[in-house]
Design a protein around this ligand. Structure first.
Ligand code: AMP
Ligand code: MG
Length: 346
């Protein structure tokens, strides 16, 4: 199959709409990462998403809408979701709702809940409006690869597998949406993302829990509340190790670890804050943004993780950021890229 890469314009939206209505797949930009979309009501189309990504069938998809009028045929919305929709939609918040029969079981991997989101990216919104369908879309990467934040990343993974990629430039947030469960008692963040725990808590005026496996590996006997958490994810081929501790200890420790591995013949590098690039200049530093700007780290992270593979690194040492605000989402993705391997520099 020939994969076309088109700029967003009226004729592109028309083509995308035709493809989606005929059961095909379209990759499109959102404010979080690029999505791989299909008509959520078309079982065969949904199955072809799993095939293109090599995604396990038990990992459910998020359904994207552009208008709240689309909700009723798809799901029952929990009462507490409405103030959150008011505050954060359109935007990077996915809310679990109770699935209605119109949604094929393949979308939800057989779960009684369906994950719904209204993206804010103007290209995603224009495409959703043009087709006027609910669009099931996971991230547009091959399963196990870091999510794509540019059209070039999508092309790397999907060339020849899908007919159309809409190029909307680099995604703003850079990490996937927050997945929030309001269907089972207290609100629980299953996956942290662009809408933070603090933001949700301030609207609901109550505590919001975070699933235990967000900052540690899932235990053998533990059921994943969000099936996606079970899988090795966001993982470059290199062995990634996080280095935490006091700033004055972390930088020398990263340098020592990196140069030791290099001396053993392993191609190594560091992921460090802009402020530390100079002190680590002999360690092939990859700049994760300023220590004072965690959203910059979120924005760059997946692009950096992909580049590690392209550059053939074997050992990577990374600084960490506090798991607060958007930092929680960053540390979830970085932690999983490192299989939660961490060295304490104090
Ligand atoms: P992706 O589209 O790649 O961002 O993946 C979607 C994420 O949402 C995965 O981590 C899924 O496990 C999660 N998800 C989707 N639907 C549900 C659901 N009904 N219950 C729990 N998690 C879900
Ligand atoms: Mg994904």
């Amino acid at each position: 199959m020939n994969t076309r890469l088109l700029s967003p314009c009226e004729s592109t939206y028309k083509d995308a709409s035709e493809i989606l209505k005929n059961g095909g797949l379209v990759a499109f930009p959102t404010e979080t990462v690029y999505g791989l979309g299909a008509n959520a009501l078309d079982r065969q189309a949904v199955l072809s998403i799993f095939a293109a990504k090599g995604r396990p069938a038990d990992n459910p998809l998020i359904v994207h809408i552009h208008d709240r009028n689309q909700l009723d045929p798809l799901c029952d919305v929990p009462e507490r979701a409405f103030p959150l929709m008011e505050a954060f939609w359109p935007g990077p918040l996915t809310i679990l709702c109770v699935r209605k029969p119109a949604v094929p079981a393949e979308v939800t991997a057989g779960l009684p809940t369906v994950a719904i989101r209204m993206p804010s990216h103007p290209v995603a919104r224009a495409m959703l409006q043009a087709c006027n369908l609910p669009v099931a879309a996971p991230s547009a990467n091959s399963s196990g690869r870091p999510s794509p934040t540019t059209a070039a990343h999508v092309l790397e993974d999907m060339d020849g597998k899908i007919p159309l990629i809409i190029d909307g430039g680099m995604c703003d947030v850079g990490l996937e949406s927050t997945v929030l469960d309001l269907c089972h008692g207290e609100p629980v963040i299953l996956r942290p993302g662009g809408i933070t725990r603090e933001m949700i808590s301030s609207v609901l005026k109550c505590d919001v829990a975070v699933a235990g496996s967000v900052l540690r590996p899932l235990r053998e006997d533990e059921t994943a509340l969000s099936p996606g958490m079970r899988y090795r994810h966001y993982a470059p081929k290199a062995v990634v190790t996080l280095v935490s501790g006091k700033e004055d200890r972390v930088v020398p420790m990263m340098r020592k670890l990196c140069l030791e591995q290099e001396a053993l013949g392993k191609k190594s590098c560091v992921l460090c804050f802009s402020e530390h690039v100079t002190s680590l200049s002999d360690c092939r530093p990859h700049d994760i943004g300023s220590v004072t700007a965690p959203s910059e780290t979120a924005h760059r992270l997946f692009d950096i993780l992909r580049s590690l593979d392209d550059e053939g690194f074997e050992m990577v040492f990374s600084e960490v950021i506090p798991p607060e605000g958007i930092g929680l989402a960053v540390m979830n993705r970085l932690g999983r890229a490192a299989s939660f391997r961490c060295v304490q520099a104090d």
